[in-house]
Design a protein around this ligand. Structure first.
Ligand code: ADP
Length: 425
């Protein structure tokens, strides 16, 4: 305390004059002021920096908005355009400043205006963002097909705004329409082709039956004995006519499958009996090639609801192939009850030339033959398996193939117990 009081005194021990004291406090105030000024400038600098950052990011976003490849329209609750980006004005071919404050509805084709209203209503009812397609009309009266995404957002003053994103889908629509037209044309072409095949096959069948019938009668000496040297040429005629008839029948079947003209007559079918009849048809050839026939029939095989005519065609095609592509060994025919899939399986297995793995998925295509080279070793036109697959489709069945190339092939057919029940129940 003593020291302090000394400080207020002059060397002569007198107290400081008030003038001297106020000069000191002005100094101090000055100093404080300077410090504040520096602080203020620093704060100002920071403010300028954040302002320029803000500007920069605003520029970035407005560039993104302006140069976006899709149109952005901000509409007020009455549907007036408040903001639009460059793409939006380009889509409508109207300058931005002329679009602003005009109703968006003006640019919608008359026929689609109700649709637009309906969606705006849905959005307002808080049903969430809506997506729909409308036709937009341009100034030159041309039009574009637009996909619109519209959602409700809160504007700066809290009032609702419609953010409307417009995508030009005119080309996509056009190519979709062209594709649809081309598909219809292709379908018409296929139908015509099938009809043509069907007519030609019908026309061919009658004379072919006559050729086969008369040749048979000649060979059986119905019109009198033939000379021995006549037998072989006549047999040649018979074989060729039969091959042609089978090709004609196959073509007819394939075209009927394509046009879905094969009638399905359902009845209860006993599979072993049906298979035995089909095997009887290929037995003569199997015998000539000394092939064995082996049966593995399951005892619990129920009769199934299916079409016996169609089924016997399927079995005949598979059995003929098994015999045709097997030089020696055995053809095994087996059946299985597949109760967990509500159906049965028939398997036709041979010990023939087999099919290379990479060809397995192609053999069901029409006219595809694995073993077709310049030298044609096997008869056929590559239609049998396409018919098998098509017919099984009609019967709600399936066909699968497995093969050990060079050793064997197994064709498995699955058929449901009941035609009208799904096999995978
Ligand atoms: P194709 O009239 O030629 O027999 P398919 O449509 O019945 O016509 O069969 C198509 C092709 O699948 C046949 O040409 C053959 O190459 C192959 N193939 C079919 N079945 C067998 C089989 N059991 N063994 C070996 N190859 C087969």
């Amino acid at each position: 305390m003593k020291k302090r009081s000394e400080n207020h005194q002059t060397k002569k021990g007198k107290k400081k004059a008030p003038k001297e004291r106020s000069a000191k406090s002005i100094d101090r105030l000055n100093q404080e002021l300077q410090t504040h000024q520096i602080e203020l400038e620093l704060q100002n600098e920071e403010l300028r920096l954040s302002q320029s950052l803000l500007e920069e990011s605003r520029n970035k976003y407005s560039a993104l908005y302006d140069f976006a490849p899709i149109g952005y329209f901000t509409l007020d609750p009455n549907g007036l355009i408040l903001e639009v980006n460059l793409k939006g004005s380009e889509l409508l071919q109207i300058k931005r400043e002329r679009l602003v404050k005009t109703p968006f509805l003006l640019y919608i084709a008359k026929g689609d205006r109700r649709k637009f209203y309906a969606y705006q209503k849905k959005i307002l009812k808080k049903e969430g963002a809506q997506k729909y397609e409308i036709e937009l009309r341009r100034r030159d009266d041309s039009s574009i097909q637009a996909e619109v995404h519209c959602m409700l957002v809160q504007g700066p003053s809290g009032r609702p705004l419609y953010l409307t994103v417009v995508n030009d889908i005119t080309d996509r629509r056009r190519s979709g329409e062209t594709l649809a037209q081309e598909t219809t044309k292709a379908e018409q072409g296929r139908r015509l082709e099938s009809e043509f095949i069907s007519v030609i096959s019908h026309e061919l069948r009658t004379p072919l039956h006559a050729v086969i019938g008369y040749t048979d009668l000649l060979l059986n000496a119905t019109y009198g004995a033939i000379r021995p040297e006549q037998a072989d040429p006549l047999k040649g005629v018979l074989k060729n006519a039969q091959d042609l008839l089978s090709l004609t029948d196959n073509l007819l079947d394939l075209s009927r499958i394509e046009t879905e003209e094969i009638p399905i007559r359902l009845q209860l079918v006993d599979i072993p009996s049906l298979l035995k009849e089909a095997v009887a048809g290929v037995k003569p050839l199997a015998k000539r090639k000394s092939l064995g026939i082996r049966w593995i029939l399951s005892d619990d095989l129920p009769a199934i609801e299916s079409d016996p005519c169609t089924l016997s065609k399927i079995a005949t095609h598979l059995l003929s192939n098994a015999v045709k592509f097997t030089a020696k060994g055995t053809i095994t025919i087996s059946t299985r009850n597949v109760s967990d899939r509500n159906g049965i399986e028939m398997l036709i297995q041979d010990t023939g030339i087999g099919i290379p793995p990479e060809k397995l998925n192609k053999i069901f295509n029409p006219f595809y033959q694995v073993h077709s080279g310049l030298v044609r070793e096997f008869d056929g036109a590559g239609l049998g398996l396409a018919i098998v697959k098509g017919l099984l489709n009609l019967l709600k069945g399936e066909v699968h193939v497995q093969s050990d190339h060079g050793k064997s092939s197994i064709f498995t057919i699955f058929l449901p117990y009941r035609f009208h029940s799904s096999p995978h129940q």
